[in-house]
Ligand binder design. Structure first.
Ligand SMILES: [Zn+2]
Ligand SMILES: [Zn+2]
Length: 315
């Protein structure tokens, strides 16, 4: 089958054998989305060799339990052991023996087929089209914030960054009724937020020590330092992006201001599907372009351009 292969910071289209794993479902990919993590993997941010891609919607074509056959599905990306200390204590996304779809020791979804254990799969409601369902994984990641902290309607919440993940975070935070402001660099990002009735704030108008909750979604040191200045004493600073290299951080100020630092990664799939089914969240406004798998290299070039949001690959 055709697949987008990453090796030594180079991506290329390769003809590879169709995957087969005992006790896993064979899923025919319908659409897959390029995310910032994919672009960082290509830059060599994490060591990974294999098929890229982890955001997808597909159809189950082979599996032991016949009730799955023909089902349109999305899939959780962490494949876990169910036996380690983390798994046994309800933290399976932190499984000590996990593989991660298209990220850690497991071939991903920019291919005609992939495999996942059936326990990772979620059926997609009929009313959720492919181009919406393909956003389930990043939307779930956005919702992890509400899993981790309580957001009150009276809270002042500042979101820094309105890129691929930032847009989804903005749409879900808006549902909490909090007093939300978003820092968005590009005009197009600002337009998408305005279309949803979400208020933006120019960087220079952000007063320090004022915000109950600050969510950092830029992954840049400047975004982090802005977030650090904005959060009030005893406020929460939620980190949604990884940072290249080391961050320079004055830890004493975190102690003195009693800041809650919260790292935030993968989230719950079922609520993400529900929010799209009810159209309370519409991620399709992020779609910038769509390419065939044969043009996946072009798709990656396009996704890497500044300000471009979601690029999809159709297989
Ligand atoms: Zn991703
Ligand atoms: Zn485990």
């Amino acid at each position: 089958m055709n697949a987008l292969w990453l090796e030594n910071n180079q991506i290329s289209l390769q003809n590879v054998p169709r995957p087969r794993k005992p006790n896993e479902a064979l899923v025919k990919i319908r659409r897959a989305g390029i995310c910032s993590t994919d672009l960082e993997l290509v830059k060599g941010y994490y060591p990974y060799k294999g098929i890229l891609g982890h955001e997808f919607v597909g159809e189950v074509v082979e599996v032991e339990d016949a009730s799955w056959i023909g089902q349109r599905v999305v899939g959780e990306i962490n494949v876990v052991c169910h036996q380690c200390e983390q798994c046994l204590n309800g933290r399976s996304t932190h499984c000590e023996n996990r593989t991660v779809l298209g990220i850690v020791n497991r071939d991903g979804t920019f291919a005609e087929y992939t495999t996942l254990p059936p326990s990772n799969l979620h059926r997609v409601p009929d009313s959720v089209p492919d181009e919406m369902a393909v956003f389930t994984e990043p939307l779930a990641a956005a919702l992890e914030i509400q899993q981790q902290i309580q957001i009150k309607p009276t809270d002042r919440v500042l979101l820094i960054g309105a890129g691929r993940l930032g847009q989804l975070i903005a749409q879900t935070l808006a549902l909490t009724g909090c007093d939300l402001r978003v820092v968005a660099r590009h005009a197009h990002q600002q337009d998408l937020l305005k279309r949803r009735g979400i208020r933006i704030i120019p960087e220079e108008e952000i007063k320090p020590w004022r915000w109950d909750i600050v969510v950092e979604a830029t992954g840049s040191p400047s975004g982090f330092s802005l977030a650090r200045q904005a959060v009030r004493p005893r406020g929460a600073l939620v980190l949604k992006s990884t940072y290249k290299g080391e961050l320079n951080l004055n830890f004493s100020s975190i102690v003195v201001d009693e800041i809650n630092l919260i790292g935030s990664r993968c989230g719950p799939f079922e609520p993400a599907l529900r929010l799209m089914e009810s159209r309370q969240v519409d991620p399709t406004i992020l779609i910038a372009d769509e390419f065939k798998l044969d043009d996946a290299l072009k798709a990656f070039e396009h996704a890497a351009e500044t300000g471009v949001l979601k690029v999809l690959i159709e297989t």
